[in-house]
Ligand binder design. Structure first.
Ligand code: CTP
Length: 380
């Protein structure tokens, strides 16, 4: 956990209980974090006798991982009999508690009551997973997976700028079948759209993600609707868009589908064959024609004349914002974890977002979306 936090750029300090030091030495954490490890209150060798207060003041998130039944009980009751529990009382920033213990201990009503009490005080509890426990038993009690804990920390540190809003994101490619084994598609992996959905969830929105076939891990806390073809995507998007406040269309929709779909695998025949295609519905353009009070955000994937093409799409599809993406640039576009984009507004304003991770780009885009003026006009 400490290593992962450091890798993610978090300034990480470790405080340990006396029992924790019997499992792993403070020196290990000191070597990992490059910071002193706090274990005892009022340590006479420590220059800073009020270390728990100064550490509490600079703590932006306090993560108890793993949280034993003992520390959960102490935190729930406000007991402060060592460095860590004293720190817990002095910290005012978000507390993330990640229980891990024997299944019968976890299910004990007093532990459950203490967890509820902690939640009542505003702590975030990352529930343990089910599985084989260190004690040899099976059931709930195993520490949550680290990515889930990281997500809980990110969420706790995010201002809830989309609280009460419904957000719909579409992502990934569509797949247009030619026969049972062949299809037309594109290189989209859904990463940018998934990052948009994850960030909207962190900001407190109810998030629905309509996704084409991808292997990208699903964002946590988001309702995912899986589709294959553009026609299926249209139906899912139009249904979910009804009462959405913001629709973000990051999907790479196939513009065309085969005119015929063969029930059996097509056999090879002539030296030259022609595949007849018919146009798919333009989902975003359709939303733009019946805009109502929704904010509409589109993406434009281009390989040339980025700004001109993106502006044209923004106007034709009646969008509030378009994210222009030159997919031919290294570090941008399909299947990479970074992106470089320009944001175009109907007013003519253009914002440049330089090379960053897709997660950071998603944050920047949402910072802009939440400031957009609400669209006028009747709900349709
Ligand atoms: N889009 C859509 N339905 C389609 C095609 C595109 O909803 N049938 C949406 C995409 O999700 C994206 C925006 O429209 O938000 C622009 O998609 P893009 O593929 O860049 O442009 P197209 O409109 O398809 O135009 P072209 O392929 O000619 O560049």
């Amino acid at each position: 956990m400490a290593r992962l936090l450091i890798k993610k750029g978090a300034d990480t300090e470790v405080a340990m209980t006396a029992n924790a030091t019997r499992f792993i030495t403070p020196l290990t954490f000191q070597a990992l974090t490059g910071r002193p490890v706090s274990c005892r209150s009022f340590d006479s060798s420590d220059e800073d006798v009020m270390a728990h207060i100064s550490l509490a003041a600079r703590t932006e998130a306090l993560v108890i991982v793993p949280a034993t039944a003992n520390i959960i009980a102490k935190m729930a009751m406000g007991i402060a009999d060592d460095f860590l529990t004293t720190l817990c009382l002095a910290v005012t920033s978000p507390k993330i508690v990640c229980p891990a213990m024997n299944v019968r201990m976890f299910q004990n009503p007093v532990v459950q009551e203490n967890l509820r009490r902690l939640q009542g005080f505003g702590a975030i509890v990352v529930m343990p997973g089910c599985g084989d426990l260190a004690c040899g038993e099976t059931g709930p009690g195993r520490l949550a997976e680290l990515p889930e804990i990281i997500e809980a920390i990110k969420s706790a540190l995010t201002v809830k700028s989309l609280a009460g809003k419904k957000v719909l994101v579409s992502a990934g490619p569509t797949r247009e079948m030619i026969d049972p084994v062949r299809f037309i598609s594109n290189r989209s992996t859904g990463k940018m759209g998934f990052a948009m959905a994850a960030e909207a969830h962190r900001r407190g929105a109810r998030v629905f993600l309509v996704s084409g076939p991808v292997t990208t891990p699903r964002p946590m806390g988001v309702t995912v609707v899986e589709v294959t073809t553009a026609v299926e995507m249209r139906q899912a998007v139009l249904d979910l868009a009804q009462d959405a406040d913001v629709v973000v269309k990051a999907a790479a929709v196939s513009d065309y589908a085969p005119a015929e779909q063969y029930a059996q695998k097509v056999k090879k025949g002539l030296d030259e064959e022609t595949l007849r295609l018919i146009k798919n519905p333009d989902i975003l353009a359709e939303l733009g024609r019946h805009k109502g009070r929704r904010l509409l955000v589109g993406f434009a994937a281009e390989t040339e004349d980025l700004l001109a093409h993106a502006r044209e799409k923004m106007i034709n599809k009646n969008l509030d914002l378009i994210v222009a993406n030159d997919v031919s640039r290294p570090g941008a576009g399909f299947a990479v974890d970074t992106n470089i984009v320009k944001l175009l507004y109907p007013s003519g304003r253009i914002d440049d977002i330089p090379l960053k991770s897709k997660e950071e780009v998603a944050r920047d885009i949402w910072d802009r979306i939440v400031e957009l003026p609400a669209p006028r006009g009747p709900i349709q």
